[in-house]
Design a protein around this ligand. Structure first.
Ligand code: PEP
Length: 250
């Protein structure tokens, strides 16, 4: 299974800046190791420019940070999976903690989105993760099980495992500089893996589980060598080609 090294650029970068960072990333990564894939989630407005930069570079993919649960209609401000595909995106992100906790997305809506994105031909990265108070209250297992079951509720049992990934992102580690410890990561990823096996049988072993939360060039190689860590999802440290290229090659 190739490690998926994913960048979430959130609401940063003009088109010119996105193009420059993508070019720098491709240049600094050089020939991508066989066991790695790169995925960048730029703002919607830069999906096409990053797609153009990645053209001809095997293993480099682009995704949309969000999408809606309809193909078209009177949904002002929303974007359909097919529109992302039309701009060059092959992946979509569902349930990022900022959408859950800043924009109020529910487990059910995130689940509808994941199922609809997959049915529309996108590969989907479903984000899950507990709040600090939930960790302190010993509720990590409960929260992850709930979010994974609801998030994957409408996904068919015979799903292609390559079309789905789960990103474990403890909310208290996102953008805080406070990375989760090795045991915390291993335990949480084991919970995710067990849920995936319960839902999809043996295929659950082939669904990638990414870690996200203050991944940096100097902590990435330790994290991706842990059991059940099949890649990373990186926010802050993915904004510069220099630091993200080091993460990709870690
Ligand atoms: C993220 O945005 O998904 C994320 C993990 O951010 P950061 O790497 O900055 O913690």
């Amino acid at each position: 299974m190739k490690k998926l090294m994913a960048a979430n650029w959130k609401m940063y970068k003009t088109r010119a800046e996105a193009e420059q960072t993508a070019k720098e990333l491709v240049r600094l990564v050089g020939s991508l190791p066989e066991d790695r894939e790169v995925l960048v989630f730029p703002p919607f407005t830069s999906i096409d420019v990053v797609t153009s930069v990645f053209e001809g570079h095997a293993g480099f993919f682009v995704g949309g940070q969000d999408f809606y649960t309809e193909q078209e209609g009177a949904f002002t401000g929303e974007i359909a999976p097919s529109m992302l595909v039309d701009c060059g995106a092959r992946y979509g992100l569902a349930g990022h903690s900022e959408r859950r906790h800043v924009l109020g997305e529910t487990d059910v809506f995130v689940g509808d989105k994941t199922a609809f994105g997959l049915a529309s031909g996108l590969k989907v990265v479903l984000c899950v993760g507990e709040l600090l108070e939930e960790r302190k209250a010993d509720k990590v297992q409960e929260v992850l099980s709930r979010q994974i079951r609801a998030g994957l509720k409408g996904v068919p049992h015979d799903v292609d495992p390559a079309s789905l990934a789960v990103a474990y992102e403890p909310v208290w580690a996102i953008g805080t500089g406070e990375v989760a410890g090795s045991d915390e990561i291993k335990d949480a990823h084991a919970i995710c893996r067990n849920e995936l096996i319960e839902l999809f049988g043996d295929k659950g072993n082939d669904i990638r589980i990414l870690y996200g939360g203050s991944v940096k060039p100097d902590n990435c190689s330790g994290i991706i060598s842990l059991d059940n860590v099949d890649g990373v999802l990186v926010g802050g440290a993915s904004l510069q080609g220099e630091s993200f290229s080091k993460i990709v090659l870690a």
